[in-house]
Design a protein around this ligand. Structure first.
Ligand SMILES: Cc1cc2nc3c(=O)[nH]c(=O)nc-3n(C[C@H](O)[C@H](O)[C@H](O)COP(=O)(O)O)c2cc1C
Length: 265
């Protein structure tokens, strides 16, 4: 439900400092006679006004007192590796709900939200998702297309294993999450990736692991049976396999190369 600051605001508690107007990202607040005036048509419901109000006039919940230190946050990212083998402990429905709940802290462009996370739970349900892909490959094999796709993408062996009955797509994951965003959201793709990244990192804090599944994401538009009515008019932006890892890494990943352009560039 959208957050409407003017509905909570109580003028008698306001000290007229103007901070709410200063921090509002959509210029939906201006000060008049020492008090804020709200323009609800501009408000994006982000809650900046309330979060920065020194008097908590907007009745917001308190923030946690001990956020992670840089060292702790870095450690969380360092122990994350993509997982491809899963322990026998299956994430419960409550654990999956808790994991997905971190999406509620994820920012979206102009605060438009609307992210839909579709969770497929249970290895059998997940592996059933592979059947139509295999069927499609079998039909297409008469055209020679899988062979050509394999050659172009360098995935000939992958396609062969898939046709041979191996689940090379989800690799026995007990849970798969599909991240959808409304097509109309201008920053939709990025919104979805940010939400999935939050889940990826939160999973580590919960002792779980994820595999970012680019193959499933790319073939999704072609596999009509994967689609569902609830995700019509949405765009798939990420697919994450989730579960408790069977193996834990012992050593750090090699450093990934990135470029930092600074100063005279
Ligand atoms: C956008 C994206 C898509 C990916 N797609 C796949 C995939 O389809 N299958 C797979 O096995 N790994 C996939 N990966 C995992 C990468 O192979 C993995 O993240 C990379 O090798 C680094 O390993 P690490 O995540 O364990 O540090 C994907 C990763 C990203 C970021």
């Amino acid at each position: 439900m959208k957050y409407y600051p003017e509905k909570i605001f109580k003028r008698e508690n306001c000290i007229g400092c103007g901070i709410c107007a200063e921090v509002c990202p959509s210029h939906a607040i201006h000060m008049s006679n020492g008090y804020p005036v709200f323009n609800s048509s501009r408000c994006i419901g982000c809650g900046h006004c309330g979060s920065f109000c020194p008097e908590n006039v907007f009745e917001m919940d308190p923030l946690p007192e001990n956020p992670a230190t840089p060292k702790q946050y870095r450690a969380l990212l360092e122990i994350r590796r993509s997982i491809r083998s899963y322990s026998d402990i299956l994430p419960s429905e409550e654990e999956i709900n808790e994991l997905i709940s971190i999406v509620s802290q994820s920012p979206t462009g102009v605060n438009a939200q609307g992210i839909i996370v579709r969770a497929i739970s249970g290895s059998e349900n997940v592996s059933r998702f592979v059947d139509p892909v295999r069927k499609m490959l079998r039909i297409l094999s008469f055209t020679g297309l899988p062979h050509i796709i394999g050659k172009i993408t360098g995935m000939t062996a992958y396609i062969k294993s898939l046709r041979g009955g191996e689940d090379v797509i989800f690799r026995g994951a007990p849970v798969v999450l599909f991240f959808h965003v409304p097509r109309k959201n201008i920053t939709g793709y990025t919104d979805g990736v940010i939400a999935a990244s939050a889940v990826m990192n939160y999973a580590v804090s919960m002792g779980m692991g994820t595999l970012w599944n680019g193959v499933a994401e790319k073939i999704y538009p072609f596999v009509r049976s994967w689609h569902t009515r609830e995700t019509r008019r949405t765009r798939l932006t990420a697919v994450l396999c989730v579960g408790y890892p069977a193996l834990k890494p012992k050593w750090k990943a090699p450093e990934r190369i990135y470029n930092l352009l600074q100063k005279d560039c």
